[in-house]
Design a protein around this ligand. Structure first.
Ligand code: GZL
Length: 347
């Protein structure tokens, strides 16, 4: 049964928005959150069956993030029986907390949260629980003592991704006859305290410990962005003369690292000075592999919209849902038919 107060709630937010700026994404110069202001929107959810969903997204920092947002926007449509209120956190936790409070004010039926970092969520999750609004955590995880503060989580096994990358590197070096050579490694980490950064760093570190000839020269966060990736890689190149492997915890940082390597007159990829390993495996990363710039990309599936919608439909039917749901993922490297793979890629 939809909360009819939503209509009032949305109109109420019209007043709220006029007095304070929203944190929504700015698109085509439209003011953030404006999509909440149109009166017919508020009336659009008047019918009893529409499920109003508030989605507090991390930001728009990477190709992966854009594909992830697209997956939710393609799923939570009016034709599918939803009214989606989207808030772009612009990579700031305080924006996401403000967005969740905004959703509570509007008495949405469900809140979807992709938490930029794992800690600092107890307060606002308690407010959502006190308001009787289920919270579904997607992609990144929250680290809370009381797991009843959220209904469930769906996303990737980041530790497995990191371990898979380490195992791939060991196999690759072995095939090159470099199994016992000293291998100097640097890592461009994602946003510190984010689940993707924690898991990928820890997973790779598990395999690092198994190879006493591997040396982790340095790790530094580049916040999952291309610009920061280039900046951090420039620093690594200035500090270390003999880097064999660059671990990039997402594709956009890999693109930045490649720019820095090439600007320094160095080379990377299967025929280059440095091995580049990336995570996400968006189409642009497979393209970079085809161009001989990246050696391997470990997939992180951004298509979470349909999975979260299935969870909501189960909850609507009063069914139990799994507390933790992992998505299926694989990896790609330059030994594969990238031409064919690129034709199949949907993001
Ligand atoms: C991973 C996701 C990460 C991606 C990055 O699930 O949270 O955030 O790996 C994105 O591209 O910025």
């Amino acid at each position: 049964m939809r909360k009819l107060v939503v209509v009032v709630g949305l109109l109420f937010c019209v007043l709220l928005w006029v007095s304070s700026c929203s944190t929504g994404r700015v698109e085509n110069g439209e003011i953030p959150g404006e999509e909440l202001l149109h009166e017919d929107d508020a009336l659009a959810v008047e019918d009893d069956e529409t499920i109003v969903v508030g989605f507090a997204q991390v930001g728009s920092e990477s190709d992966w993030r854009l594909a992830n947002t697209q997956s939710f926007e393609n799923t939570f449509t009016e034709e599918n029986g939803y009214y989606l209120i989207f808030e772009d956190g612009q990579q700031k936790q305080e924006n996401q907390i403000k967005a969740v409070r905004n959703f509570i004010l509007q008495e949405v039926d469900y809140i979807i949260l992709d938490p930029i970092v794992e800690t600092g969520w107890e307060g606002v999750l308690k407010e959502a629980r006190d308001a009787g609004i289920p919270v579904i955590v997607a992609d990144r995880q929250v680290d809370v003592a009381d797991e009843s503060l959220y209904t469930c989580w769906v996303g990737s096994d980041f530790v497995k991704e990191g371990r898979r990358a380490g195992e791939w590197l060991a196999d690759y070096l072995g095939k090159q006859g470099r199994g016992r050579e000293v291998i100097n490694i640097v890592t461009l980490q994602g946003t510190l305290d984010s689940s993707a950064q924690i898991g990928r760093t820890d997973g790779f570190a598990d395999v690092l410990e198994e190879h006493d000839n591997w040396v982790m020269l340095d790790r530094e966060t580049a916040d999952f962005t291309q610009a920061k990736g280039q900046e951090v890689m420039e620093g690594f190149l200035n500090r270390y003369s003999d880097i064999d492997v660059v671990i990039c915890e997402n594709d956009n940082m890999a693109f930045g690292a490649i720019d820095a390597i090439q600007a320094a007159g160095r080379t990377c990829g299967p025929d280059g000075d440095m091995i580049i390993i990336s995570f996400d495996a968006v189409s642009a990363a497979l393209q970079a592999m085809q161009n001989g710039e990246i050696n391997a990309a470990f997939e992180c599936n951004p298509q979470l919209g349909p999975i979260v919608s299935d969870i909501i439909e189960k909850l609507e039917r009063g069914e139990e849902v799994e507390k933790v749901q992992y998505v299926e993922e694989t990896y790609f490297d330059t030994t594969m038919n990238l031409e064919e793979l690129l034709k199949e890629r949907t993001y």
